[in-house]
Ligand binder design. Structure first.
Ligand code: BG6
Length: 297
């Protein structure tokens, strides 16, 4: 049974449901410790700015804001598959969740943090995909001096199901060539640019070319340090994979919704469960993937 529709009049003063880019509905959060923008299209967080800081997430100036496409930047939600669907090569990359319209179901302000929750459930459209299962997803975004993202998926089917998922966070950096990602030392990875060949990370990840790696069995803490010294720490729960991606020059130029020169200012470090780390749930079981972002420096 679907929950009763949320009454927008019940929003706290710090949360507004407005019309955003492309006419898409957006939840604007203006809390005492941070502000954010969360589109209902894809439950897509496009901005988080701590009160005394600069924006932490990267958003392409070339992003399209249309129901037909995922927003480029911020934090797309990949679910229930990651990358191409192996059973249906024509299915949208990274699953249907980032293309779906999510429903605003709760918002509250406790003074220090503002929490907004969005919900997505199966529909005739999702049941017609290569992943036809009944499910319920609840996404809770907590905005404050730190950012907490929690995606809970419940199996509403009568059989066990499995899925992939990622909180595909794009982080803004001064210059990718002076950026490093730590915490993945010793982790095995699949190199998506070399036929999924397997490697093992030997040190901090540094960038000198297009990079697209799926790290498996990853630890709960990674950090992105910019040349300027700012560090964004990502601490996870219920996440066993990490994807690191920068398209570099040629791939950026080939993407219609990515500015040709923008690749220098971003890196994706994605908290995920993919490939052999995919999630399996029995009927009525739930799983929560949580990522917490902290800024220092
Ligand atoms: C990353 C993948 O997660 O997302 C890359 O590892 C992919 O292979 C990138 O290119 C962007 O995907 P999309 O579908 O948003 O263009």
């Amino acid at each position: 049974m679907s929950p009763a529709p949320f009454d927008p009049a019940a929003l706290p003063a710090s949360v507004r449901l407005e019309t955003g880019e492309g006419g898409l509905p957006v939840v604007r959060v203006d809390g005492s410790r941070g502000s954010a923008e969360l589109y209902l299209h894809g439950a897509h967080l496009t901005r988080w700015t701590p009160a005394d800081g600069r924006p932490v997430l990267w958003l392409s100036a070339a992003s399209l804001f249309t129901e037909a496409k995922a927003i480029r930047g911020g934090v797309p939600i990949c679910f229930p598959w990651f990358g191409a669907n192996p059973l249906d090569p024509g299915a949208p990359a990274h699953g249907f969740a980032r293309l779906a319209e999510w429903e605003l179901v709760a918002a509250r302000d406790d003074g220090e943090t503002v929490t907004v929750s969005l919900r997505l459930a199966d529909s005739p459209a999702t049941r017609a995909t290569a992943w036809p299962h009944r499910f319920e997803a609840l996404y809770t975004v907590t905005v404050g001096a730190r950012l907490t993202l929690a995606l809970t998926v419940t199996n509403r089917d009568t059989d066990s199901v499995s899925f992939e998922e990622a909180l595909h966070s794009y982080l803004a950096v001064d210059d990718i060539r002076a950026t490093e990602v730590t915490g993945l030392e010793g982790a095995p990875y699949l190199d998506q640019l070399a036929g999924m060949s397997v490697g093992t990370e030997t040190g901090p990840v540094r960038f000198g070319a297009e990079t697209d790696r799926i790290y498996l069995d990853t630890p709960a803490a990674t950090a992105v340090t910019e040349g300027s010294g700012r560090t964004v720490g990502i601490t996870t729960q219920g996440s066993h994979s990490t994807i690191v991606w920068n398209p570099w020059m040629a791939k950026a130029a080939s993407m219609g919704d990515f500015g040709d020169d923008e690749w220098t200012g971003m890196v994706c470090v994605e908290s995920a469960n993919v490939r052999e780390n995919r999630v399996r749930l029995e009927p009525d079981q739930s799983h929560t993937l949580t990522a917490v972002f902290d800024v220092a420096g």
